[in-house]
Design a protein around this ligand. Structure first.
Ligand SMILES: [Zn+2]
Length: 392
């Protein structure tokens, strides 16, 4: 049994297709072909708006879903991190309920795959029942260098639970939390533990992260003091955080760098001039940046440097919804980038970043990318009323 779909516009993961394209799938949603309307026969389902392959949310923290609306906006990252750490506790039932609601909302709005940060095994049950693909990044942090091995061993227990459960049938890999929360020895242990794998890291989410590495100054010193973390052995590198941590990964990892709010031209030039090329994808979580720091990443600069761009929602602690089209709308407000460019970030680029390109990301034969309808477009841009929903 075939199904056939068309709309005013059909975006296939690369571009808007000319003519009258019809996407043909089998009953399970696998793409059979994309053909011209005159060759499609009857039984075509016709929609108003734009069809696109399912979205990839490259950065989320499903397990923080119960923090929705609990952390005030505009506090800055250092205060935000402290509030997340002290507000994490809540009943197991409430957590499960919040994660189930968030999973269902993501699916309904067209998200087919998520790169998800895991500090605990809390999300396994929801992911086992989810219709979304998951890559689980088991996050490791610890700025006290002497405890590096102990921190990795602790997270190995979480990692093993994900390996056994294999929720979402996706991969599970270790990942460093952020440059300000991972010590030098822990970076080295993670480099050894993740050779050849996909990892992620929160990168340059605030200016203080650069100040820490450049001069051992700035807001993070007070965070360490508040948590009683002794950083006397930390030595500044004199370089930005990006230029300090990136060379620590020498094992052919593919790296998903998230936020990049304070990345600059020197960082991007440094990357371009690396003697040994590294695969880096840059994830933008613009609504979270606005929520926490009221600042947006240098998108046009990153485009000029041909960065591989993808989109994430971050968590409900720092966002009002986990909705990729809402992220696209927020990016459109800051830039003149065309919708098709941003849709490619959200579909094909995201699939490549999560190494799921063989299954999702575009309307190509044999893939099962999901079909999403964007309604209430303003011409070829997403306007304030636009919304997305999964139709297959
Ligand atoms: Zn995050």
């Amino acid at each position: 049994m075939y199904r056939k779909f068309t709309a005013e516009f059909v975006f296939n993961g690369h571009k808007i297709l000319p003519g009258t394209p019809v996407v043909v799938t089998d009953s399970a949603g696998t793409i059979i072909d994309v053909v011209e309307g005159q060759d499609a026969g009857d039984g075509i389902e016709v929609f108003q708006g734009m069809l696109t392959p399912g979205f990839v949310n490259a950065h989320c923290h499903l397990e923080l879903s119960h923090l929705k609306g609990m952390i005030p906006a505009n506090t800055g990252l250092v205060s935000f991190v402290q509030q997340v750490m002290s507000n994490r506790a809540c009943s197991a039932e409430q957590k499960q309920e919040a994660m189930m609601t968030a999973d269902a909302a993501m699916y309904a709005a067209g998200i087919v795959a998520v790169g998800d940060i895991c500090n605990t095994a809390d999300s396994i049950t929801v992911k086992n029942q989810s219709k979304i693909h998951w890559h689980n990044f088991v996050e490791v942090s610890g700025f006290v260098d002497a405890k590096a091995q102990q921190r990795l061993d602790e997270m190995k227990k979480v990692y093993d639970q994900f390996q056994v459960a294999n929720p979402g049938k996706g991969n599970t890999t270790f990942s460093p939390h952020a440059p300000y929360s991972v010590s030098k020895t822990l970076f080295q242990l993670l480099n050894d533990a993740t050779a050849g794998q996909l990892i992620t890291i929160h990168n340059q989410e605030c200016a203080a992260e650069n100040h820490l590495y450049q001069q051992k100054t700035g807001d993070f010193l007070s965070l360490y003091k508040n948590f009683g973390i002794d950083i006397s052995v930390f030595e500044p590198t004199g370089k930005t955080s990006f230029q300090s941590w990136l060379p620590m990964f020498s094992g052919a990892q593919s790296i998903l760098a998230v936020h990049n709010t304070f990345i600059d031209i020197e960082d991007l030039t440094f990357f371009k001039n690396l003697s040994k090329p590294v695969e880096v994808y840059y994830c933008i979580c613009i609504n979270a940046n606005k929520h926490i720091e009221q600042i947006t990443p240098p998108l046009e600069l990153m485009m000029k440097h041909n960065c591989n761009m993808v989109i994430g929602t971050d968590s409900l602690a720092s966002n009002y919804q986990l909705d990729i089209l809402e992220e696209i709308k927020a990016i459109q407000q800051e830039t003149n980038l065309p919708l098709t460019e941003l849709l490619q970030w959200a579909t094909l680029n995201g699939a490549r970043a999560l190494q799921m390109e063989d299954k999702i990301g575009s309307f190509e034969k044999g893939k099962k990318p999901g079909i999403v309808l964007i309604e209430e477009l303003t011409g070829l841009q997403a306007g304030p009323q636009s919304f997305s929903r999964r139709i297959l």
